[in-house]
Write a protein that binds this ligand. Structure first.
Ligand code: HEC
Length: 121
């Protein structure tokens, strides 16, 4: 059998992917959608600023190495004083786990480390 020219193969691939249902957002996408607005490093993020006021050494979620999955899971489910809770229909347990894995895989950017007053990072 003659091989398909590569371009034709690509065209066939993209035609197929158009028919597939969109892929589920991963941990990074859900973090960006549900958490980043309040918890990204730097000023202007309510959660980060409040945690900084409380004296948490790394106030943004990104860059934290001390978070336990169980703790994060229960904060997300129950909310905290200023933080809204998320129902299982909004974020499933496995989606929260993916967000957790995403957070734990990131390092704090140097500029944000300076903002948090933690220059050793
Ligand atoms: C509307 C803003 C807002 C959103 C959205 C939000 N948070 Fe929060 N979060 C906060 C605030 C504010 C606090 C500080 C708790 C308080 O009120 O004292 C907090 C606290 C936390 C804490 C506790 C940190 C600690 O050191 O004890 C965790 C963990 C957390 N949030 C995770 C998340 C995750 C994961 C998401 C996304 C699924 C999220 N939050 C979405 C505002 C938010």
């Amino acid at each position: 059998m003659k091989k398909l020219p590569p371009l034709l193969f690509l065209a066939a691939l993209s035609a197929c992917s158009g028919a597939q249902k969109p892929t589920e957002p991963d941990g990074a996408a859900n973090y960006a959608l549900y958490c980043a607005g309040c918890h990204d490093p730097g000023p202007g993020h309510g959660g980060t600023m409040l945690l900084a006021e409380k004296g948490v050494p790394v106030p943004s979620l990104i860059g934290r190495k001390d978070l336990e999955l169980d703790y994060l899971q229960s904060v997300v489910r129950n909310g905290m004083i200023e933080m809204p809770p998320f129902r299982p229909t909004e974020l499933s347990d496995s989606q929260i786990k993916q967000i957790y894995d995403h957070i734990m895989a990131q390092n704090l950017p140097a500029r944000a480390a300076a903002f948090s007053g933690n220059e050793e990072l």
